[in-house]
Ligand binder design. Structure first.
Ligand SMILES: CC(C)(COP(=O)(O)OP(=O)(O)OC[C@H]1O[C@@H](n2cnc3c(N)ncnc32)[C@H](O)[C@@H]1OP(=O)(O)O)[C@@H](O)C(=O)NCCC(=O)NCCS
Length: 371
């Protein structure tokens, strides 16, 4: 791997990122998810908790060209295989994407087959993949409904056809929602104050920017562990992923190196001192106008006190102060996650696309990609 994203040897990295950006722009019609090589390079560094294997499909002309001479357009498509190294040892995430100009001639199939081979070699038997869609289609013959009964994907889009034809099952649909900024400060304050009143004196919020302060590292490890399998998962077979203090530190260090800025608010149960919920907003460079609403969790024993709204409204106020120039926030929720979606809708989030969450079990005739 190259040391920096600008040296000549990073030509392949730059072409990889360019292909990812090309696909993302074709899906969303915006540069909302644009990545840059320097940030991607830091994301690619070896991680103790998960191994990321990344693949590129090169055109024939550049198949034997040294990495430092690869022009941007030589990468036709990309693949990724994520192999957890601690829990979920028989599970893998796979992704295959092809530049729009090079679709329909087998590049995607070649990449997906390579990803499946890698997953198999690493003993993985339950695979997950995702397809992204600019709009969630209405019910009808043009759409495929998740077995959860909530959410649909468009049957005529390439990714859906591609995975269904290769034996993958749609297990769940996630809604993408977007909240336009700036928000009316009076409305957010009213939502926060109402939630604080409902929560009462037993709960208080604590907020920080960036890495978790030392005093909360153990508590956040416990919350991240709970978060790993707390949201509804439909039929996706993903088990709880354990976090400890070292993993929290590793995660935060990586974010700092990638230039990621984040804002976190936690809920503390005052009588016990325990942290019982958190929410995080995150900004990934180079994109400045879009901020991501990441995890929000209220521990099971503390639900029903409006803590979800309290956490989110408080954090939105902090974002408004820190990033008055941010133009919108996006977030993803399982379509059947009614409680979380209701809070988001109350805050002004509106549907802005969806993703299909797919699963393939290997080792069955169904799972063979090649005859
Ligand atoms: C899905 C995706 C990866 C497919 O890439 P692709 O390079 O077009 O894939 P292929 O060419 O191998 O297959 C696409 C279709 O072309 C057909 N095809 C393959 N080789 C062909 C050829 N030589 N001539 C004509 N058609 C061909 C395939 O049979 C396939 O048809 P199907 O989808 O009805 O099964 C691409 O559309 C994409 O990047 N989409 C966005 C990301 C995504 O959704 N990825 C899937 C989740 S991992």
């Amino acid at each position: 791997m190259t040391a920096t994203a600008t040296e000549p040897a990073a030509a392949l990295l730059r072409a990889y990122v360019d292909a990812c950006n090309d696909v993302s722009r074709s899906v969303w019609g915006t540069d909302d998810y644009r990545r840059e090589p320097a940030e991607m390079l830091e994301a690619m560094r070896e991680k103790p908790y998960e191994t990321f294997v990344r693949l590129v499909a090169l055109d024939d002309e550049h198949a034997d060209v040294p990495d430092d001479e690869i022009p941007l357009e030589a990468v036709l498509g990309t693949g990724v295989v994520v192999l957890p190294q601690q829990d979920n040892l028989t599970w893998a995430y796979v992704g295959a994407t092809v530049r729009p100009a090079h679709r329909g001639r087998g590049v995607g199939s070649t990449i997906l087959d390579a990803c499946l081979a890698l997953a198999r070699e690493n003993g993985r038997t339950t695979l997950m993949a995702e397809t992204d869609h600019r709009a969630e289609p209405p019910e009808g013959p043009e759409s495929l409904t998740a077995p959860t009964g909530s959410g649909r994907v468009p049957l005529d889009e390439a990714g859906v056809r591609f995975l269904t034809q290769r034996g993958w099952d749609l297990e769940q649909v996630a809604r993408r929602s977007v909240l336009p900024l700036p928000l009316d400060p009076a409305v957010v304050e009213e939502q926060r104050a109402r939630a604080a009143l409902a929560a009462g004196d037993d709960y208080r919020t604590v907020s920080w920017d960036g890495p978790v302060p030392d005093e909360w590292v153990e508590a956040m490890a416990a919350l991240y562990t709970e978060m790993s399998d707390a949201p509804p998962m439909g039929g996706l077979e993903y088990e709880q992923d354990q976090w400890d203090a070292a993993r929290v530190r590793h995660h935060d260090d990586e974010h700092v190196k990638r230039g990621i800025q984040s804002w976190t608010t936690v809920a503390q149960h005052v009588p016990s001192g325990a942290l019982v919920g958190y929410t995080t907003l995150m900004e990934v460079p180079p994109v400045r106008d879009l901020v991501h609403q990441e995890d929000t969790l209220v521990a099971a024993a503390h639900r029903g006190h409006r803590l979800g709204m309290l956490l989110k409204a408080t954090n939105l106020q902090r974002l408004a102060a820190a990033r008055p120039d941010a133009r919108r926030i996006d977030t993803w929720n399982a379509e059947e996650n009614g409680h979380m979606l209701a809070i988001n809708v109350d805050l002004g989030f509106r549907p802005a696309g969806c993703s299909g969450e797919w699963q393939l079990k290997l080792g069955t005739a169904h799972g063979q990609t090649t005859p």
